[in-house]
Write a protein that binds this ligand. Sequence first.
Ligand code: DGL
Length: 268
Amino acid sequence: MNSAAPIGIFDSGIGGLTVAHTITKLLPNENIIYFGDTAHLPYGDKSTAAIQAYSIKICNVLLQQKCKVIVIACNSASAAAYELVREYVGSKAMIINVIDPVVNFIGENFTEKTIGLIGTKQTVGSNIYLRKTNALNRDVQLKSLATPLLAPMIEEGFFNNNISQSIINQYLENPELSGIEALILGCTHYPLIKKQIEDFYHKSVSVLDTSEIVAKFLQKYLSDNQLLNPMNAHIRHFYVSDYTTSFENSTKLFFGEQIHLEHYPLWE
Ligand code: DGL
């Protein structure tokens, strides 16, 4: 595999730019190709079959661009399509999802603890975090709650204000999440409301920003496999399956700086 080849990153839309941003900060030498499936977002409410079909289409785009690694920067797609995508891509690229690195982190740091998870209906309903944390055999008790209003709320720019705080509080007060010692932000939109969630818990609960955990996992993987790019990055493409100026304006929220989105229709 060519170490100078780009890293492909995809999400249902622009929420995965939180992961892409953390990756570019941690691995500034890496070439990046991002694909946001804005024509089909949100994935969180879609069927498993639909998410699998979209994910395979996107992987074809990223494979055409010769990506060495594909990061599924979306919990809903990681839950619904990771196994299928891995089989489909085979040895052409390594596939990293956003769930396994976080489950490993829980296993290493939260043995015998009670952990909360918030995410989309697809992610929580799939029970994938539950199955994987149980498989750790570390006596981790997982308590999950679907929080479907949060991603659209953030996309509309509602965070760090009273309205978003009251929606967040409503969800976090749910008895389903009582007694937790850490909370997994199981949706790539949620790093934007990490501070508000920490404020709710007055720092008594560790709020796990999964983008950092995933970026560190990717760095270690590339380093262990001699796949770190030895040259300076020169490729940065951000494709979307449906383009609007409002998507482009919102990139600043998720990436920290405004970036140019290129339209790449998935189905012609
Ligand atoms: N970014 C997606 C995730 O991590 C959530 C948004 C969506 O529903 O498409 O699950």
